[in-house]
Design a binder for this molecule. Structure first.
Ligand code: PEP
Length: 253
C-alpha cells in the first residue's frame, strides 16, 4: 500500500449546474489522462453527483460530496444520507468545512456524528479543521484545533479512523488569497499528527493524510508539498477551472 500517497481534492462549493459540472469534469479527465502519482478527488454539488459519477467511472479521479446528514433515513427534509452518497458514486465526503460551521450551524458534535455515518458506510471522511483570524491573532490556534479534533473524533477506535483524511484549513486563508506559509502550515500539520498519535497510536498517525487548504494555487502548491507533514491539498476556487486544477494536481512537474 502507498504510504501517504498525496491527495489533491477539489471542493466546487455551490458552483455549477449538472451540465456545467459534467463539462468541467470531462475537461479535467482529458487533462489528467496521463499517469498520476497522486490521488485526485472532486466534490461537485449534490445535484451533479450522479452525472459526474458516470463520467468518472473509468478514470482514476474519485468523487466526493461536500456534506452529509448522519441519520440513515427519515423525515429530514432537504438532507442527504451517507448511503445515498454511496449509491450516487461517492467515495469521499467533506465534513465540517468552515463555511458549514460558519453559516449552517455545524459544530464539533455534528461533525462527530457525520464522521460516524461516513465511516459506517465506507465513505472516506475529509474532516476540516482550522482557526479563524481572531483566534490566530490571540494565539488560540492550537487550543482551537485541539478542541475540534478531540470533540470531532470522540469515541472512535483506531480501526474506524483507518481511512480518515484531515484537512487543515485556516479560515483566514479560505477564498481570501492569503495562504499560510509552508512553515506555518507544517507547524500545524505536525501538531495535528502528534495529536492523532496520542489518540490513535503511531501507526495510524503515520498513515493519515493531512491536507492543507486555503488559497492553494499552482504557484504555491510545490512549496507546500515539500513539507514532511503536508500530504495534499483541499482546493476551492482554483478547482473550478480544469486547466488550473490540473496544474495543481501535476505539481511535481
Ligand atoms: C476550501 O473551500 O476548502 C478552500 C480551501 O477554498 P479556497 O481554495 O478557495 O481558499
Amino acid at each position: 500500500m502507498d504510504h501517504r500517497k498525496p491527495l489533491i481534492a477539489g471542493n466546487w462549493k455551490m458552483f455549477k449546474t449538472g451540465p456545467e459540472a459534467l463539462e468541467t469534469a470531462d475537461r479535467l479527465v482529458k487533462l489528467l489522462s496521463t499517469t498520476m502519482d497522486v490521488d485526485v478527488m472532486i466534490a461537485p454539488p449534490f445535484t451533479a453527483l450522479a452525472l459526474v459519477s458516470d463520467l468518472l467511472k473509468k478514470t482514476r479521479i474519485s468523487l466526493g460530496a461536500q456534506n452529509l446528514f448522519w441519520e440513515a433515513e427519515g423525515a429530514y427534509t432537504g438532507e442527504i444520507s451517507a448511503s445515498m452518497l454511496v449509491s450516487a458514486g461517492c467515495r469521499y465526503v467533506i465534513v465540517g468545512h468552515s463555511e458549514r460551521r460558519q453559516y449552517f450551524g455545524e459544530t464539533d458534535e455534528t461533525v462527530n456524528q457525520k464522521i460516524k455515518a461516513a465511516v459506517t458506510n465506507d465513505l472516506i471522511p475529509v474532516m476540516c479543521v482550522g482557526e479563524s483570524e481572531t483566534e490566530r491573532e490571540s494565539k488560540e490556534t492550537f487550543s482551537v484545533l485541539d478542541r475540534q479534533v478531540q470533540k470531532g473524533l470522540k469515541g472512535f477506535s483506531a480501526d474506524e479512523m483507518e481511512t480518515l483524511v484531515m484537512a487543515y484549513e485556516p479560515v483566514w486563508a479560505i477564498g481570501t488569497g492569503k495562504t499560510a506559509t509552508a512553515d506555518q502550515a507544517q507547524e500545524v500539520h505536525l501538531f495535528l499528527r502528534e495529536m492523532l498519535e496520542k489518540k490513535f497510536g503511531n501507526n495510524l498517525a503515520k498513515s493519515i493524510r493531512i491536507l492543507y487548504g486555503g488559497s492553494v494555487k499552482s504557484d504555491n502548491i510545490t512549496e507546500l508539498m515539500t513539507m514532511p507533514d503536508i500530504d495534499g491539498a483541499l482546493i476551492g476556487g482554483a478547482s473550478l477551472e480544469p486547466e488550473t486544477f490540473s496544474k495543481i494536481v501535476q505539481f511535481q512537474k
